[in-house]
Design a protein around this ligand. Sequence first.
Ligand code: PLP
Length: 474
Amino acid sequence: MEIFTAEYAKQQDEQCSLRHLRDQFVIPTKGDLKRTTLAVKESKLDGDDDLSTYLCGNSLGVQPKLTRKYFEQYLNTWATKGVYGHFTPIEDSNLAQWLNVDEDLIPDMAKVIGAKNSEVAVMQSLTANLHVMMSSFYTPTKDRFKIILESKAFPSDHFAVESQLRLHGQDPVNAMVLIEPPSEDSPYLPIEHILSIIDQHAPETALLLLPGIQFYSGQYFDMKRITAHAHSKGIIVGWDLAHAAGNVPMDLHGWDVDFACWCTYKYLNCGPGSIGGCFVHEKHGQVTEKTGANGEPEFEYRNRLAGWWGSSKDSRFVMNNKFHPMPGALGYQISNTSTADTTAVRASLDVYKQTTMSQLREKSLKLTKYLEDLLDLLAKENNGEFANDFKIITPRNPEERGAQLSVLLSPGLLDSIMHTLEEEGVVLDERKPDVIRVAPAPLYNNHSDVYKFTTVFRQALRTAKTSKGNNGHA
Ligand SMILES: Cc1ncc(COP(=O)(O)O)c(C=O)c1O
């Protein structure tokens, strides 16, 4: 069957073993997106055939239906138990007592990111966690003081590194090594290039901080090889997994990653600005207890920015000012956990639990390939009507990408294209001046979404080119 048809896409969707998961999400309808009020039709919660084509899970994932149910439980617990909610197990709630909400999430979160339970904490937010991790893992000396990152790092990571360097008395001009793409025409960072920059600066480098998946290009780095290479040169390795968590299977423990941080509002569908996650390899999270000279227990552990929530549960309410870190990543917690946030994470992970990261990856590879194939066909249509109008800048090798394809448009088309997409209920994300990012998330997107996007994109290209021509810019 011809692949650029609605029938083919539908057939693929019917054959998909994960298709039932889509029904567990509230995908905005086109009407919802256009309305400036909340007024949600009840019918929408049970499905609606006028759904938008939502391909923006790399920015903000859609809402699991369980989230609303769990928020009701959270609000009812607060309303009916008050402070007892911290300790009282509630028979008709899926949520843990507030005192345990963070630990309750850990086994399921650990599966999503490929870690041992003791290596995971759900806490704070991404950039804040990067600071917390760097405060512990960036320990510059006279000889080793540099931090290597990529030149096109997400600005928040760039700012975090720059300020950590200053905080440690380093001058970012000398101490911040930026990996530039070798070609000006492409954001692609070949692994050999990354390794060669590491080699060049290795003797003076304390820390390497890279994204698992690059936010702009969608490039998925070989985390295992890069980590091993940097370790062989004595460099600590941290990863920003904003675009990788819940998107691609990882084995952070097995790859010997030192630390990693991620957010939960993208592929993990926990809502805007929701709580972040941290990985600390078990070798860094050990706490040993000794008896001190005065007979009191003393603890040895990696230094960190400490707060009471990182201290053992026994010690938290003793108020004796003795920090007794919990072993593992939990010992890096600072403040008590936002129960509203963990309610959303519980709902998200209860959907993830129904599948595995490898099953999701299998579906994701098919969806992203379908998107790539349709875009390639579109470029060839009508003797190359659109051949010079767009280019995929995400690596063509499926091993080097997750769910996202970034598409570079020829100059001057972006605004008009985004306008048409929005009018037609296709939701995706732009990076000015000329890039759109299309991300079919395998939990809730399907082949029909990809087909729909590509047909609207064709129409959007035509409209944009016509108006560009009319403006005399063609
Ligand atoms: C790669 C990357 N790093 C950092 C951030 C900043 O995240 P936060 O605002 O949760 O700190 C984002 C946000 O989208 C991101 O994509």
